[in-house]
Design a protein around this ligand. Structure first.
Ligand code: C2O
Ligand code: CU
Ligand code: CU
Length: 495
């Protein structure tokens, strides 16, 4: 009913429509996509300075019903921070909540004191002012709460937002880059509403084990979002900002997208893809060509919870299993409408460059050592661990020599896929169970899916040695797993 009511798009996935509770859930029609305000800070004494104020807010997730939220300079979510590679930034973060909070700059390589992990607690009413040099390549990064044992609920309430890093190399390519016009961030998040229509964060065994998954999808806080395109090429920067849900994005009618970037920057060239899987924490950038006409819908499928448990939010690498095969047959079928793209007139597209940046293949022979990390959930999710240990703020799990290449071999001993994230790093994926990674994993990554019983090898090196006693984190980016202990700490040490 929701699809028809918009009058815009006949969703060609009618077989699945009946199972989709989403775009007909509240009878709301199409809503203009909210686009976070762009915040370029103010340059003062050689630093780009941002002022961020965390506060409690309210937002309607169902029409007419306000839910309590957390936002940064906004009632929910926050501004897109824009910065340039090579410049120094300073962020004044005020915590106006009546609980502690932290703000982590996900994807950044920076001094541990500026990282915003669980050790950089900002007490209620106080300010934290980290400063660092932006060393990242141009890409989409994000900032979010990293409160010890409280990341899940704070991110769920809204403490998350995008960061755009720009650089000369990317600008020379002339890709779509006009913010909010032909370059738009899409923060994709699912939320669960209670019977009164307020967002609900379940805290029970099942929610901890599976992660909190909602049945409504919001993009930048908008449900049933519509965007009016004015250019022939549209660049979508997709962030899976959900606590636990994996998505496989595609364009309705099987139209192709050009994948141009992963977490930490551009790929070697645009790769034609028809679908794109992102786990929580992961990002991707695609270019959609609108010159073939429209309208166009970005949709997603997602494994349901039982399937997620059984297996392999699947890059097709998990061995056997009936549940698995059912998934691959498309049995889980729920199709979420993410974004409708509307065209008011025919649009002409310019050509994309054939090459983007030069990327060497990762060379494992550079590595001085291999470090193995085994992710596990224990019985019924009661033992969320890495190498048998749950996160302990007082224990440093790994000491990694500065400046040396290492292979991290991440193995998943559980029955559920985990997105593994490493702070202070942009790594390269070497292989998955010995097999070459898909296009999205041929570039720089900071978060990587590890399927059940699978082993992923990544190559990385830490260049920062600034706060020798302050640890960085590595963890599962299913926030409930992270909060329950699937996280460890490492120090970058002088070798
Ligand atoms: Cu996106 Cu340690 O987090
Ligand atoms: Cu991070
Ligand atoms: Cu996990």
């Amino acid at each position: 009913a929701g699809a028809a009511a918009t009058g815009l798009v006949a969703l060609p996935l009618s077989a699945c429509e009946a199972r989709n509770s989403l775009f007909s859930a509240d009878g709301a029609g199409a809503n203009p996509l909210a686009i976070p305000k762009l915040d370029q800070g103010i340059v003062e004494q050689g630093e780009r300075v941002f002022r961020l104020s965390i506060s409690a807010g309210q937002k309607e997730f169902a029409p007419g019903v306000a839910s309590p939220t957390i936002g940064v300079n906004a009632p929910y979510l926050g501004p897109t921070l824009e910065m340039r590679r090579g410049e120094r930034v300073r962020l004044h973060v005020d915590n106006g909540l009546d609980e502690g909070a932290t703000v982590h700059w996900h994807g950044f390589e920076l001094p541990a004191a500026a990282d915003g992990g669980p050790h950089q607690l900002i007490r209620p009413g106080s300010r934290w002012s980290p400063s660092f040099e932006v060393r990242q390549r141009a890409s989409l990064y994000w900032y979010h709460s990293h409160l010890h044992r409280g990341t899940g609920p704070q991110v769920y309430a809204g403490l998350a937002a995008p960061i755009y890093v720009r650089d000369d190399e990317e600008e020379a390519l002339d890709l779509p880059s006009e913010y909010g016009v032909d370059d738009i961030p899409l923060i994709v998040q699912d939320r669960l509403l209670d019977s009164s229509g307020r967002i609900h964060y379940p805290q029970n065994m099942h929610a901890q084990m599976m992660g909190v998954r909602g049945d409504r999808i919001y993009v930048n806080g908008t449900q049933n979002a519509v965007f009016d395109a004015r250019t022939g090429l549209l660049r979508l920067r997709i962030l899976n900002g959900s606590n636990a849900r994996f998505y496989e994005f595609s364009l309705a009618e099987g139209r192709a997208m050009q994948l141009i970037a992963s977490d930490g920057g551009l790929l070697d060239r645009p790769h034609t893809v028809r679908s794109l899987k992102l786990a929580p924490g992961e990002r991707a950038q695609v270019i959609v060509d609108l010159s073939e006409g429209g309208p166009l819908s970005l949709v997603a499928t997602s494994p349901d919870s039982a399937m997620g448990m059984m297996g392999g939010q699947g890059r097709g690498t998990v061995g056997g299993g009936m549940m698995n095969r059912r998934r691959e047959d498309g049995e889980t079928g729920e199709v979420f409408r993410i974004l409708d793209i509307r065209l008011s007139r025919a649009l002409r597209a310019t050509r994309l460059p054939l090459r983007l940046v030069s990327l060497n293949a990762p060379d494992p022979s550079l590595a001085m050592r291999t470090r193995r990390l085994v992710l596990d959930m224990g019985m019924m999710g009661r033992g969320m661990t890495i190498n048998g240990a749950a996160m302990d703020m007082d224990i440093v799990n790994e000491r990694v020599p500065v400046g040396q290449w290492e292979i991290w071999e991440i193995a998943n001993a559980s029955m559920m896929a985990h997105p593994f994230h490493i702070h202070n790093a942009q790594f390269r994926v070497i292989d998955r169970d010995g097999r070459a990674p898909p296009p999205l994993e041929t570039g720089f990554k900071d978060t990587v899916i590890v399927n059940p019983r699978e082993q992923v090898r990544v190559l990385l090196r830490f260049e920062e040695y600034t706060d020798p006693d302050l640890p960085y984190m590595y963890h599962c980016h299913i926030l409930e797993h992270e909060d329950a202990g699937m996280m460890g700490q490492f120090l970058v040490v002088n070798s």
